[in-house]
Design a protein around this ligand. Structure first.
Ligand SMILES: Cc1ncc(COP(=O)(O)O)c(C=O)c1O
Length: 403
């Protein structure tokens, strides 16, 4: 865990922060950040070990608590997010679980938006009640439902915007106000938006979390996660003891890979977005497609809200094919460049059929409620030449329609 202290870093613009923020050179003056593959640290005396364990000296004790390479990753991401604190975790799901379980007790209450990544939905719907935590889901785009649910005192509110896979946009400012009035901290899963395109803390969120496995790595190599906040009480009383004693720490090797990912994050996200806009436009006029969901398109139901809280419409395009599951599978199987994969935010364009993969665990009724149809596919736009992607999508749509 690290607290950003360098006022110099804070003067820099985001692209500079992403390349240089948090760097701590060792005595060897290396250009690229060091990988400190060490689980423990040594003390020059028994007295200094005692002082470290009493918290009287600030130093590394054990890599389950903190590690220099992980600290560099945390400081760099904190600088980008504009957060005081960042805690790296072993995966995005470890970040989701820690952000909830580190602060919740039996008898307390969580309100969450229904449109969540499958494993987030599982934790909230199936696991939290096992710990005696009460849970209520709402339709995230319906403020009346938020208002009704948050009329009862609540400890935590969890949401994802844009949501996976339907790319619904939730009003962060309004939900933050309602959450605070009910006594809750607002936790935002900002994976789809990326730390480049949306800063939930600016709109009143208390905690932001990432799967760093996605855009932050961006090259399909390493799992990781992160929790960011300005809430010192949450860090000191909840998250730090939880991380120390339950052990979902980020590995130094993964921290190094993700640190390198951060260096190119802005350039990559800008490229993903440019191509996503072109692809969303292209698909909107295409035969065989029922509808395209992309927050950057004028016809997206929350386009205005998206513009007010995101810098761009994002890197993901969801669309519904006419002909249900059969058409969707035919289309996916005909793609020559785009890979079928449930991952996202990668250099390679990846496509998935949510109803049979990421959201297959949901009941048919829940999927219908979330408008996840059998013809829906979710495209994570990669870094390939956009013309090649358009040609690939076009030929696969032709195969789908003509056999
Ligand atoms: C929105 C969202 N949140 C959280 C996660 C979990 O991240 P990880 O796979 O790194 O555990 C994912 C993974 O797909 C995701 O899409």
């Amino acid at each position: 865990m690290s607290k950003v202290s360098s006022s110099e870093y804070k003067r820099w613009r985001s692209a500079t922060r992403l390349v240089r923020g948090g760097t701590q050179r060792s005595g060897f003056d290396e250009t690229s950040e060091g990988i400190f593959m060490t689980s423990g640290y040594v003390y020059d005396s028994a007295e200094s070990a005692e002082a470290a364990f009493k918290g009287e000296s600030a130093r590394y004790i054990y890599s389950r608590y903190a590690n220099p390479t992980v600290t560099m990753f945390e400081e760099r991401l904190a600088l980008l997010e504009g957060a005081e604190y960042c805690v790296g975790t072993s995966s995005g799901m470890a970040a989701v679980f820690a952000s909830l379980l580190s602060q919740l007790k039996a008898g307390e209450r969580v309100v969450a938006s229904r449109a969540l990544f499958g494993s987030c939905h599982y934790i909230i719907q199936d696991m939290l009640p096992n710990f005696g935590i009460n849970v209520q889901f709402v339709d995230g785009t319906d403020l009346v439902q938020w208002e009704a649910a948050l009329a009862t005192p609540t400890k935590a509110v969890f949401l994802e915007t844009p949501s996976n896979p339907t790319l619904d946009i939730i009003d962060l400012r309004k939900v933050a106000k309602l959450a605070h009035a009910s006594g809750a901290r607002l936790i935002v899963d900002n994976v789809f938006a990326t730390p480049i395109l949306q800063h939930p803390l600016d709109f009143g969120a208390d905690i932001v979390m990432y799967s760093a496995t996605k855009h932050i790595d961006g090259q399909g190599r390493a799992l990781g996660g992160a929790i960011l906040t300005n809430d010192a009480e949450f860090i000191d009383d909840c998250l730090t003891p939880y991380m120390r004693h339950t052990g979902p720490a980020m590995s130094p090797m993964n921290a190094w890979i993700l640190l390198k990912g951060l260096e190119t994050l802005k350039i990559r996200v800008d490229h993903h977005v440019r191509s996503a806009i072109i692809i969303a436009d292209f698909l909107s006029d295409h035969e065989g497609i029922e509808r395209v969901l992309y927050p950057g398109l004028d016809n997206h139901p929350q386009h205005k809200l998206a513009k007010s809280q995101m810098e761009e419409g994002g890197t993901m395009v969801t669309f519904e094919l006419i002909g249900g599951k059969e058409a969707a599978f035919k289309f996916l199987n005909a793609l020559e460049i785009v890979d079928i994969s449930n991952n996202l935010g990668d250099a390679k364009s990846l496509i998935t059929h949510p109803a049979t993969t990421t959201h297959q665990r949901l009941s048919e009724e829940d999927r219908a409620h979330l408008s996840i149809s059998d013809g829906m596919v979710r495209l994570s736009v990669g870094l390939e030449d956009c013309e090649d992607l358009l040609e690939d999508l076009d030929q696969a749509l032709k195969v789908m329609r003509c056999g």
